[in-house]
Structures are given as C-alpha cells and as structure tokens.
Design a protein around this ligand. Structure first.
Ligand code: WQD
Length: 333
C-alpha cells in the first residue's frame, strides 16, 4: 500500500488482474484502499500482516492462491539504514527469505522484486548499465544487493522460478487523479516529497545537500522517473515472466539526469509556488551523478519511460496540494 505498490495496484486492477495487498502499515495507510477503489471502482483484498510472519503469510497464500508476487515490502531510508543496520537486515533480507520460503511451499514461482539503483553505489561511468559494478555504499543498498543474490541462487537451483529484479532510479510524481501519491512518515528523506512539502507550506526551506559537486550547477544529478512509468514497468515485467523462466534484471529509469536546482525550478513552474532553499553541506553517502541506461528494459520488455520532468512535478504538486497532510487528512473530495 506504499508509494510504488499503490500505483502498481491501480494498473494491475485496470488490466483485469485480481490483487491482494499484504502490508503491515508501518509506512503506509489503509486509506489507500478506498482511493484505489475511487480510481478503479475495484477493491483489492487486503491482509494486514508483516512479511516476516510465516503463519499469516501462509494463510494469505491458502486464501488468495496468487499466480505471482510483486515484492515491495521493505525499509528504504538510506540514512536510517546506516544508523540501524540490523533492523534493515531483519526486515528486508529475512523478510524476503520468509516470503520466498512460503512461495516455494505453495508453488508460486513468479516474482517481481523491487530493487534499487542503490545497489550500484558510486559508479564512475555514466549512464549506469545492468553490468555496472554492484558496490552498495550503505546497509539499505546492501540489503537490496543481498536479496538480488538470493534470487539469483534460487533461480539457479530451480528452473521453475521466473524472477524479475527491477532496479528503480528515483521515483517522483503521482497518479493523475491526485488521489494517491508519496506520503512519507515524518520528514521526507528524499527530494521530491521534500520539495512538494516546502511548496505546500508544511516545511519552511529546502536544504540542498552540496553545491560544489562536479555537475553543471554544482548540485547532485539523478534520474527521476514518473511513478506511473515505473508502475508500467512492473506490468511489463509481469507479462514477460508469464512467458519466460529464469532471471531478468533491468534498470527502470529515463536515461536523463536532472540536478536538484533543475528539479526546484521545474517544480516552481508546475506549482506556481516558490520553493525557498539554501545550499548546505553534502550528505554523507551521496554520489554526484547517477542516471540509467534503460535500453535493456526497452529491448526485453518493450518498456520505455514516456513522462518527463514537467509531468512529474505537475502530478506531484496535484497530489500534495489536494493532500497537504498526505493520507492523514483523509477528507473525501
Ligand atoms: C536526490 C538528490 C540529494 C533531499 C534514494 C535511495 C534510492 C531511492 C530514492 C528507495 C541528491 C538531494 C535530497 C534533500 C537534497 N529510495 N537532496 N535535499 O539519495 O538519489 O536515492 O532515494 O528506493 O534507493 O538511495 O534520492 O531523493 O534522497 O536525493 O539536496 O532534502 O537530492 O543530495 O543529490 P537518492 P534523494
């Protein structure tokens, strides 16, 4: 029911799939279910549970009989993972092992895994391809790399498995309806929701972490991808797995990098709001530049991002301006 999962659920329901959402609500809201129904007129099944809870997970598999699993469950704050690595290894890695054991037991062997560009770490050569070196620089990225390795070993051990590892770059934007979007707990760690919360007046000023990077304007460059493009990538991967077994690994990015200042400017144009900022110290663990070579996803999945920065900022603002406090102020409108 989180940011990516809710957008993928919309497309799955609209494509005629039956959807069951398993979520412990640690970083999401049950309000999303009603929003999904408003958008698609269909209500997914919902199981309030933790992915590490074997017995409840088995009950859900017995009840729902899934054909495939899309695995989003996990902690995802880079800075937090440095402070509390054990929590990240327990939730992300152990949770994934429990899920895979239950899938194996019930002979559900199609999996789309939510991985991250974070597995690459500090790559010298841009754009980043799927054969770029795997060298995560923080525990969060390590958990994603470990789970990727577990999946590779599982596929090698049993040709019955079909697995897609999707390496997300930087998600941004929201569904065109403005009914669902990114709603981080507390102060956002990542840039898009931080900018939109400054624009809507929830936060005072954006701190730009570093103005002296070797980039055109000195601020960090990233490959921002519209969450709807990202969601479409999941459906393309699921369709691919219905005909292929084995292991697929693709970058989901646009292939374009934008700096923090370019994001701020684009957001101000899209929202008509000023985004006050100040240049602060670099954030430890940050890389200067990161953007994808998405050609493998286009070749193998026929998938390509189609939405640009303006649509990301327009849709991010639409969601934030209609939901200044995210799902907490779940007023119907
Ligand atoms: C982007 C740029 C910051 C916040 C992380 C994870 C990745 C994915 C997305 C989960 C950088 C700058 C940011 C702020 C800033 N998460 N920035 N002020 O670090 O590229 O990726 O989030 O899947 O896996 O690693 O994203 O949005 O944190 O930072 O100046 O308040 O914005 O320095 O240049 P990142 P980000």
């Amino acid at each position: 029911m989180g940011y990516i999962g809710s957008h993928v659920s919309i497309l799955l329901l609209e494509a005629g799939h039956d959807v069951a959402i398993l979520d412990n609500l640690s970083n999401s809201s049950v309000v999303v279910l009603d929003r999904i129904k408003q958008i698609t007129t269909r209500l997914p099944e919902f199981y309030n549970m933790d992915v590490r809870d074997t017995s409840n997970l088995e009950l859900a598999f017995i009840k729902f009989h899934p054909d495939a699993v899309i695995h989003f469950a996990g902690l995802k704050a880079v800075g937090e993972s440095v402070i509390d690595p054990l929590r990240y290894y327990e939730w992300n890695v152990m949770g994934s092992v429990v899920l895979l054991q239950v899938m194996n037991k019930y002979q559900v062997k199609k999996l789309v895994f939510s991985s991250s560009a974070c597995v690459y770490g500090d790559v010298a050569e841009m754009p980043i391809t799927e054969i770029s070196c795997i060298a995560p620089t923080n525990p969060y990225g390590q958990t994603k790399a470990m789970i990727e390795q577990i999946l590779a070993d599982l596929v090698s051990s049993d040709q019955g498995w079909s697995v897609a590892r999707l390496r997300y770059f930087n998600p941004a934007g929201a569904h065109i309806s403005g009914l669902i979007g990114e709603d981080p707990n507390g102060i956002p760690n990542n840039l898009p929701p931080y900018i939109s919360q400054v624009a809507v007046g929830k936060l005072d000023v954006l701190k730009i972490f570093g103005g002296d990077y070797p980039t055109p304007d000195g601020t960090g460059v990233r490959d921002y991808i519209h969450v709807m493009d990202l969601a479409r990538g999941h459906l393309s991967a699921l369709n691919y797995l219905s005909n292929e077994s084995g292991l697929l690994t693709v970058n989901l990015g646009t292939g374009h990098g934008y700096s923090v200042l370019e994001m701020v400017k684009a957001f101000e144009i899209a929202s008509g709001k000023k985004v006050p900022y100040r240049i602060a110290e670099r954030r430890s663990g940050d890389v200067a530049i990161s953007f994808a070579d998405p050609s493998r996803a286009e070749q193998l999945l026929g998938w390509k991002a189609s939405l640009g920065l303006n649509e990301m900022c327009r849709d991010q603002w639409h969601w934030q301006s209609k939901n200044p406090n995210g799902y907490r102020s779940s007023c119907a409108y």
